[in-house]
Design a protein around this ligand. Sequence first.
Ligand SMILES: Cc1cc2nc3c(=O)[nH]c(=O)nc-3n(C[C@H](O)[C@H](O)[C@H](O)COP(=O)(O)OP(=O)(O)OC[C@H]3O[C@@H](n4cnc5c(N)ncnc54)[C@H](O)[C@@H]3O)c2cc1C
Length: 392
Amino acid sequence: MTTDATLARLAEAIADIDHPTKTETSAWAREHLARHDLVAADHASVFAAADWRSCAERGIFGLMVPTELGGQGADLATTLLTLEGLGHGCADNGLTFAVASQVLSTQVALVRFGTDAQQRRWLPGLLDGSAFAALAMTEPDSGSDAFAMAARAERLDDGRYRINGHKAYITFGPICDLAVVFAATRPDAGSWGVSAFLVDTSLPGVSRTAIREKMGMRTTPFGDIEFHDVVVDADALLGREGAGARIFAAILDVERGYVFAPQVGAMQRQLEAAIEFARTREQGGGPIARYQAVSHRLVAMKERHERARLFLYRAAIAEATGRDITMSASLAKIVACDTGIESALDLATIHGARGYVTEFEVERMFRDAVGGLAYSGSTDVLRNVVARLLGI
Ligand SMILES: Cc1cc2nc3c(=O)[nH]c(=O)nc-3n(C[C@H](O)[C@H](O)[C@H](O)COP(=O)(O)OP(=O)(O)OC[C@H]3O[C@@H](n4cnc5c(N)ncnc54)[C@H](O)[C@@H]3O)c2cc1C
């Protein structure tokens, strides 16, 4: 698609205030995904593997992948509107977050920085849903200060690398087949000494563990990956040696700019549920929607949803027109994260006690939104990024 066509699609989405409810993906997701007991799945932290395969069959994993590599070659507008529709139609927020993470981080790493051989090896399984990939940066002692990492990759005399390290809180960590691992090849060189590796997690020395209990998005596999003297061939290096920081920054711009697309769709779904409840729940002889305290809360949810959408699309417009997206991607993440949490709390408030107990699937929306404060760079750290770009 040309830049003009991308911009036209985004302009159309902005002008059409009901857009998220109309996409084909939303209707498809409502019909085909999350048909199981989501309260039980959330309680037991069960990943919806069958739904993941349905997403693969629909071609969702190939959205941002060029056709010559087996993908859809879709433009950014199509990708975002698809992920937004997915979040609107599918109530399993853990699944839609997992989909967006793979599409927008690990696959971006492979497509932008992988060699032909690396792409041929890993992309087919990722696109057909039979393989999972994780982006492994965070460690127990280096989170926001990511380049203070302890992970090391030592180049051996025969050109291979030996990796040691412990990556923590990794999406798909427990089940990933491929881990994009960041490790220091020159520990004395700070971020300049970090390299990225495509590590096959079936190699000897790799161990994966799940974090079973977490606040929200419990249906996303999540956990740690440890590397004990893991020897990888030279062709596991992604990009050049020492290019890890540049690769990480490029992936993060994409991820933080757009990974909230499903949540933006979910905000529309939550607004619809809140309106329906406010119209039908009667107290004091009529629907609670007639109380201004309730209707204004619904209006606040609508306004926040629009704000999150606009910042999301604005980042895409910046990228489609060739601009640097660090500022707009950071703002998109801050706005989507904060508005998502505030609106999920309003949803629970409107539902009274039903918003507090588990069976009505309202409190889960709030728990699912909180993780956004940390992933793709904490919102505090992104405020630092914006402050720096403002020259403060
Ligand atoms: C749902 C979820 C999915 C994740 N998926 C992945 C993944 O796939 N791959 C991966 O590598 N990591 C992943 N993470 C980890 C995530 O990247 C880290 O949680 C994040 O970088 C923050 O690091 P930390 O948790 O160690 O917190 P810390 O960095 O210890 O921060 C603790 C607090 O201090 C604040 N703080 C720290 N430094 C600063 C600063 N310079 N300025 C202002 N405030 C600061 C933070 O905002 C936060 O409030 C995920 C996390 C979550 C919750």
